[in-house]
Design a protein around this ligand. Structure first.
Ligand SMILES: Nc1ncnc2c1ncn2[C@@H]1O[C@H](COP(=O)(O)OP(=O)(O)O)[C@@H](O)[C@H]1O
Ligand SMILES: [Mg+2]
Length: 364
């Protein structure tokens, strides 16, 4: 398995730049997710690594070797697409063997690789069937198997689960996690689904507006979003945002909410830009019902999820936020409640959307 280096790579389609001076190093054996909204350039980046798309400037190296001038077949990577196409008239075995036969691999080697991949993916009983006799999930596993038999330097997955129904998507996700634990293959997984990125990846690359917004482990991305974009994109329900004015208190930011409530945070004042409008970012799980809480509001909608309940609460200044309560919440629409915000889970975002958090994360 090989590392992949993307070095100041740019890509234009005509006059439109879709990737701008992007640099990234993916370690050998790593499972990395490219996460971003539709149209942000994820597929383009993946296709440039695979060699299916040219680059306008920069370098791409796989296993230390420069590959950006090499044709796809010479790069040694295998790509699995969202719209995978199996050959309908061929058996599953022949579908999986096709790529190796094409490059003239010896029959025993082909057989060994196909059997091994079929075993890992648990599709051995299906090898004699045709694609039409398989379920969607089984066909997707065959598509992954076709990549697996090539014994590639890296796997490139482009939204491979998007076409599966919800239950199957979750099952296949677990299979992919297991597959990576077994093979330790360098894997790039492109998705617009933050849950897929969070659950599968060792590191997530959040992409936005032609460039990388943040790189980090799932918990870094979730717990320390570098920007408002990342904070909005990751986590469900989306983070709450409230305008605040910032005052000082012992070097730490004291926030005044529009409703009049105050929140003493641990965020260092010296890190913050002065005189700019700031926004408090706070996740639902950091806002609880508390009769002593300083933030009064009225419950408008109660969403029961079984293990927890989301309360949509309107505040005195007419803004709304989502708070979390226990599964058996007693809250009902119309209730007047008091909320308590956990200041240790507060984020601040400046006018440019840059994120700030208290440095001391150790208390967890
Ligand atoms: N062959 C192409 N010609 C022109 N524009 C393209 C081409 N392929 C992609 N684009 C544009 O590049 C941008 C990024 O596309 P894409 O990489 O497919 O995004 P994603 O996979 O993140 O949804 C989009 O605005 C898309 O319309
Ligand atoms: Mg795409």
């Amino acid at each position: 398995m090989s590392s992949i280096e993307i070095d100041r790579v740019s890509k234009r389609f005509g006059p439109v730049e879709v990737i701008s001076e992007l640099s990234l190093r993916i370690e050998s054996g790593e499972f990395i997710a490219f996460l971003g909204a539709s149209g942000c350039g994820k597929t383009t980046l993946l296709r440039m690594i695979a060699g299916l798309e040219t680059i306008n400037s920069g370098e791409i190296r796989i296993g230390g070797e420069r590959v950006d001038h090499l044709p796809p077949g010479a790069r040694g990577v295998a790509m699995v697409f969202q719209h995978y196409a199996l050959y309908p008239h061929m058996t599953i075995y022949d579908n999986m063997a096709f790529g190796l036969r094409n490059i003239g691999a010896a029959r025993p080697l082909i057989d060994q690789r196909v059997q091994q991949a079929a075993k890992i993916l648990e599709i051995e009983p299906l090898l004699a069937r045709k694609p039409g006799q398989l379920s969607g999930g089984q066909r997707q596993r065959v598509a992954i198997g076709r990549a697996l038999v090539k014994d590639p330097k890296a796997f490139l997955f482009d939204e491979p689960l998007s076409n599966l129904d919800a239950a199957l998507r979750v099952r296949t996700r677990v299979e992919l996690a297991r597959l990576h634990q077994q093979t330790r293959a360098t894997t790039i997984f492109v998705t617009h689904d933050q849950v897929e990125a969070m659950t599968l990846a060792g590191r997530i690359v959040v992409m936005n507006n032609r460039k990388i917004e943040q790189i980090g482990t799932p918990m870094e991305i979730y717990g320390r979003p570098a920007s408002e974009f990342v904070a909005r994109f990751v986590g469900s329900p989306a983070m709450n945002f409230l305008p605040v004015s910032v005052a000082g208190q012992g070097g730490r930011a004291l926030l005044a909410l529009a409703s009049g409530a105050q929140l003493q945070t641990n965020i260092a004042l010296e890190d913050l830009p002065s005189g700019e409008p700031m926004r408090l970012g706070i996740r639902a799980e950091a806002i609880r019902l508390d009769s002593e809480g300083s933030l009064p509001g009225k419950v408008e909608v109660v969403e029961r999820l079984g293990d927890r309940t989301h309360l949509h609460v309107r505040l005195a200044d007419d803004s709304t936020l989502i708070a979390e309560d226990v599964g058996h919440s007693r809250a009902a629409p119309g209730d007047s409640v008091n909320l308590r915000i956990d200041p240790d889970q507060a984020h601040l975002f400046d006018a440019q959307g840059r994120g700030y958090r208290a440095a001391a994360e150790a208390r967890s």
